[in-house]
Design a protein around this ligand. Structure first.
Ligand SMILES: [Zn+2]
Length: 320
């Protein structure tokens, strides 16, 4: 701002949409409840929800957004990280179990059948819960800004992520149904194959849309490094996808039994590298969003009578 600030908490005359008398002269929706703030003083508060008028006039940065919404995004990110960490532990336990017990019974000790059943049930239950938490987390972090800000930049990847997520949740149910009907109706077999193919497609489209959305969201922090990391991650995902198709083709040309081992190790390494890159990204995003939620609470908390934001913050864990 090159205009000199007026002293005594008065209004800067160059503020967007504010007239010389410090009154909002254009239609501006409240960042939280969409109430039209036109005619209100810039240093005043929304009569509907108590939100700061100045914050609503601010740029599209997250620190001026509805703190409850930013907090929801941060909580979503944390849930995703927890769920992915749980899934990783499950995979490690399954690998350990395979090392300790011989499932085929040809040689090493097999796990007792009762224990095997219990193990399988517990593992499945934890896995399904982790997947549900992950889905819920992604759903939270893709919640649209109540004012619709940012939508023109990332509405497509944000919505695509949600559609893919909902479809991926529905596919197992539809597949189970089709599998039941397959014996009586041959067409169900075709549907089953189509669903399987569709699921593979969603597993590719979904993550790409999700990372696209996250990297664009990070521009509202604004954090160019995190936005750039998202773009890099997308390129690595594309390269990884290509390799996953290419590795088996190349491996077929390598004679001997080592080919399968090499393929298995390469694929595992690739998946692990992508998974770690994603967790790393998601953790950093979670931190950035939590920081922005705190800043937004400060912006909105300027009003001691605010009905929303810091005054009614859902978690009392805030220390600053
Ligand atoms: Zn409001």
């Amino acid at each position: 701002m090159n205009t000199a600030d007026n002293a005594g908490g008065a209004v800067a005359a160059d503020e967007r949409g504010v007239d010389a008398g410090g009154v909002v002269a254009v239609d501006v929706p409240c960042r939280s409840c969409r109430y039209n703030l036109r005619g209100l003083r810039v240093d005043g508060y929304c009569p509907e929800c108590g939100g700061s008028v100045r914050a609503s006039l601010g740029s599209g940065l997250l620190r001026y957004a509805d703190p409850q919404w930013v907090d929801r995004l941060a909580r979503g990110s944390r849930a995703v990280v927890r769920a992915v960490a749980t899934l990783c532990v499950l995979i490690l336990i399954a690998m350990l179990k395979d090392l300790l017990f011989d499932a085929s019974g040809s040689g090493g000790t097999a796990m007792p059948p009762t224990l095997e059943t219990v193990f399988h049930t517990v593992m499945t239950a934890v896995m399904v819960s982790a997947l549900v938490v992950m889905g819920a987390g992604i759903w939270l972090i893709t919640t649209p800004d109540p004012t619709g800000l940012g939508e023109k930049n990332y509405s497509f990847p944000r919505r695509t992520t949600r559609v893919a997520l909902a479809a991926l949740a529905a596919v197992p149910v539809l597949m189970a149904l089709a599998a039941r009907l397959a014996a009586a109706y041959p067409i169900a077999g075709v549907v089953l194959a189509a669903l399987d193919w569709g699921r593979s497609l969603l597993m590719i489209v979904g993550p790409f849309a999700y990372v696209s959305y996250l990297s664009k969201l990070m521009l509202r922090v604004p954090n160019a490094a995190l936005a750039g990391f998202g773009d890099k991650l997308k390129r690595w995902m594309a390269a990884g996808l290509l390799l996953i198709f290419l590795i088996p083709v190349v491996a077929l040309r390598i004679p001997g039994v080592y080919a399968t081992v090499v393929v298995a190790l390469l694929m595992l390494g690739l998946w692990l590298a992508l998974l770690l890159a994603w967790i790393h990204y998601q953790v950093r995003i979670g931190r950035a969003l939590a920081e922005q939620a705190d800043l937004a609470r400060e912006t909105w908390g300027l009003n001691p009578d605010a009905l929303r934001g810091a005054a009614t913050g859902t978690d009392g864990s805030r220390t600053g």
